[in-house]
Design a binder for this molecule. Structure first.
Ligand code: ADP
Length: 421
């Protein structure tokens, strides 16, 4: 095992694990701290998914350092700290404090901070972060409920969060190539310990990876991980790159879809699945709250469905209906009621022969993963951008696709099964 990654949320960790897999590293995803007896034979990278983006900074630091220690104990010689490509954080953290702690843990020296992910519309130019061509502070991130971003200048943003001096490796240097980037970091190290690095295209990310793969700690979004696998191979740190799998073996059994996301993409996927004739059951949070719709009744319905077809249980609804439900139950309570119900259903699925499961929704996926106690996942083929099939290596043996609400094409619930063998 070479690379140990600490990610500040689950879907971000999945994204990173997929990027590393696609670029040739055999990667495991651990939901929470990895077990110390985890078998990492034949594994190049382990990504630990924390839920530390918006918790108090000292707690985020403690969890991240514990994860780094666990990864080091498993053999990691390089560390990666993954955060969101929109640099989601406040002046109190958590990117700066966690970066400080992990750099100290990695033995000091310098590191970089590069959230750029041009393919996803995130570019950094002269230190300013753009989201789909709009400065961060003018993008929808300005209104984020937890981490509103009011400054697009990442040198300033990060400097407010870190004890270390922040510098910039600007686009002209990055575009001059690998040697120029490495030299700029070496020279800049006299004045700075962290560098925001510009990147506006994949070629920039690959050059940065090639120039800085030797650093003990790299920080950024999934994009910056693009260039690292090849850099590790060229430096002889791993013997070879492994082609990404096009299929994943899945245990035989029933297939199920749990959709708790109300995002546009998921709503279209639910409609397409129903139109295609998949057996489906709608959850109404109000009926759950008043005790009419229970986990027991839903499981009875599942037991009555044909075993040779995927079935769909969904709470996805139109924005207006969701607003009405939230007014009646309260926003947080509505979310918790539905998440708890999906958790109870997920727990009961293995006993009903389900071995192949798609979960739609970030929070819903978190609830299902917790309920299933599937702690470590192997990364399989990419179904649609950002969503891989995975297979659990610890606990219950299942193929799992955890889909962030707005990801995936309309036929996602229909075609995903074709990647399983
Ligand atoms: P996404 O990835 O689209 O954000 P999440 O699963 O993270 O999806 O979040 C969706 C939230 O909405 C969850 O807390 C879920 O329990 C809640 N929810 C799901 N269906 C409904 C509904 N019909 N009414 C109100 N809240 C709902």
């Amino acid at each position: 095992m070479l690379l140990g990654c600490v990610a500040d949320d689950l879907t971000g960790a999945t994204d990173l694990a997929l990027m590393l897999t696609r670029e040739g590293l055999r990667t495991l995803l651990a939901v929470g701290p990895p077990p110390q007896d985890l078998d990492v034979a034949g594994i190049d990278a382990v990504v630990v998914a924390l839920k530390s983006r918006t918790i108090p900074a000292p707690e985020a630091v403690r969890q991240s350092r514990d994860a780094a220690e666990a990864l080091r104990a498993l053999g990691a010689r390089r560390l990666f700290f993954k955060y969101c490509s929109t640099f989601d954080s406040t002046d109190a953290g958590n990117i700066g404090p966690v970066l400080d702690a992990l750099l100290e843990f990695a033995g000091g020296g310098v590191t970089i901070a590069c959230p750029a992910f041009p393919r996803a519309g995130r570019t950094v130019y002269l230190g300013y972060l753009f989201v789909n061509g709009v400065p961060l502070n003018e993008s929808p991130m300005k209104d984020h409920p937890l981490t509103p971003m009011h400054d697009a200048n990442l040198v300033r943003v990060l400097q407010r969060q870190t004890r270390l001096s922040v510098g910039l490796i600007a686009a002209p240097v990055v575009m001059a190539g690998v040697a120029a980037i490495r030299e700029a970091v070496e020279q800049g190290a006299a004045a700075h310990r962290v560098f925001i690095v510009d990147a506006v295209a994949d070629a920039d990310l690959r050059a940065i990876g090639a120039a800085l793969g030797h650093l003990p700690l790299v920080t950024g979004g999934s994009g910056i991980a693009m260039g690292l696998p090849r850099a590790y191979r060229d430096a002889g740190l791993i013997a070879a790159l492994t082609p990404a799998p096009s299929q994943i073996a899945a245990p035989q059994g029933r297939a199920a879809i749990l959709a708790g996301s109300c995002s546009t993409a998921t709503r279209a996927q639910v409609k397409a699945a129903i139109a295609a004739g998949l057996p489906s059951l709608r959850i109404d949070p109000l009926e759950v709250a008043n005790g009419v719709q229970t986990a027991g009744r839903i499981l009875d319905w599942i037991d009555r469905q044909p075993r040779d077809k995927p079935f769909l249980v969904y709470s996805s609804d139109e924005p207006e209906a969701v607003r009405e439900t939230q007014q009646r139950l309260g926003r947080a309570a509505a979310g918790t009621i539905v998440e708890d119900l999906f958790g109870r259903i997920a727990t009961a699925l293995p006993a009903r022969g389900v071995t192949r499961l798609i979960v739609a929704g970030g929070e819903t996926s978190g609830a299902a993963m917790q309920a299933l106690d599937a702690g470590v996942l192997t990364i399989g083929p990419e179904i649609d951008p950002g969503v891989p099939w995975t297979r659990s290596r610890t606990g219950i043996d299942m193929a799992l696709a955890l889909k962030s609400g707005n990801f995936g094409a309309e036929d996602f619930f229909l075609k995903a099964w074709d990647y399983l063998s």
